[in-house]
Ligand binder design. Sequence first.
Ligand code: NAD
Length: 428
Amino acid sequence: MAEANYNPYENAQKQFDDIAESLNLDAGMREFLRQPMMELHFTIPVKMDDGTTKTFNAFRMKHNTARGPAKGGIRFHPHETADTVRALATWMTWKCATVDIPLGGGKGGIICDPPSLSQNELERLCRGYVRKIWTQIGHEMDIPAPDVGSNAQCMLWMMDEYETITAGHYPGVITGKPVGMGGSLGRKEATGYGCIYVLKDLLRVINCPIGSTTASIQGFGNVAEHAAHMYTNLGGKVIAVSCWNQADSKAYTFKKADGCDISELTEIKDQYGSIDKDKAIALGYEMLPGDAWISQDVDILIPCALENQITPSVFPSISKQVKIILEGANGPTTPDCDPLIKDRGIILLPDFLANAGGVTCSYFEQVQNNMNYYWGKDEVLEKLEYAMVKAFRAVYDVAQEKNVYMRDAAYIIAINRVADAVKLRGWL
Ligand code: NAD
């Protein structure tokens, strides 16, 4: 479980401060880059199916737009906070800069519990969100996308509301739309596949055949499922998968020592990424506590659920066999755990490099929307792999040259790019 005493925004600021210090960034630039440029906090009244009205609290934030319009998902979660949105918006700035796409960092959130809402209530909530922020979004200003708890249908309702208000066709206002309605082929796979493109290149560089590796994964939602599919298709073996169970309000780890069948698990999961425990047991999976994924004897840990999962208190339970941590989720490792990971010699592929496939494909979606011409899936995935491998190699080279941890190398590249853009624009 996430440890409640970690604040993701403080984590994001600490990571930034450490690198800003090593880069000798001046005080004015540090003050500017360590917080969002704009924050919207608002309420959305929604008529519920039973005739009552419920008011939802929501956010949209732009961390930095020096390199292009803000870009970032909208998270629908009961524990969403302003600080989580601030952190995620900050990480989006660094992510877009690391993969070198012409976008800045943004993020949104709605404090809500999607499984408890009917489809009609969810639609009214999505449309209400857009009615509050439509003057602040657009392909030239800020482009939302899905995140935890929201999906392609939510994005389409949001796009439709925007187009209804503005009386035009602006599919590039939002990404992660359904294919055929302005969405890009490959978008749903992009984040998970992107993680594995980066992992594959790292394994090539360190001369380790992917077919000889094993992994344990936290989460079985959009990112984890596609990462697991590509990883196993390339010959890797997933030993354990942990996910949340709505009915029991707790997480479980499903394990098969000789390797999980990812297609089989996909068939028995619901739309929120929860694996049906009875069906899993019937298929021969061992069911362990939710946090057991982290203590498995595997080569690679792939956290793909939430932030603050790898902390100093759980670190000792990580097997000595683990050589790589591939961060599919945003902020799964707390800053005070980074030195422990570094000391043990575990290679960490940092979140804003590893999971940048989603935003890269969202950028491709927007490019296709603006051209009104759509690429085939192979073309999208080929462009995605090229972008991810290029970004990985740049980060890896800086890590080697400067003898720094891979997260620090990615920060050095991203912060320098954003600070240069701020300076070139004459903002500071
Ligand atoms: P999702 O909602 O599709 O899936 C989340 C998964 O995490 C589900 O399987 C859920 O059961 C599991 N989970 C939740 N709490 C858990 C717990 N305590 N223990 C174990 N499992 C738990 O979300 P997603 O889109 O796959 O996103 C996952 C992470 O990746 C988030 O941090 C998100 O910000 C990040 N991310 C997503 C994308 C994207 O394109 N979807 C892009 C970049 C980063």
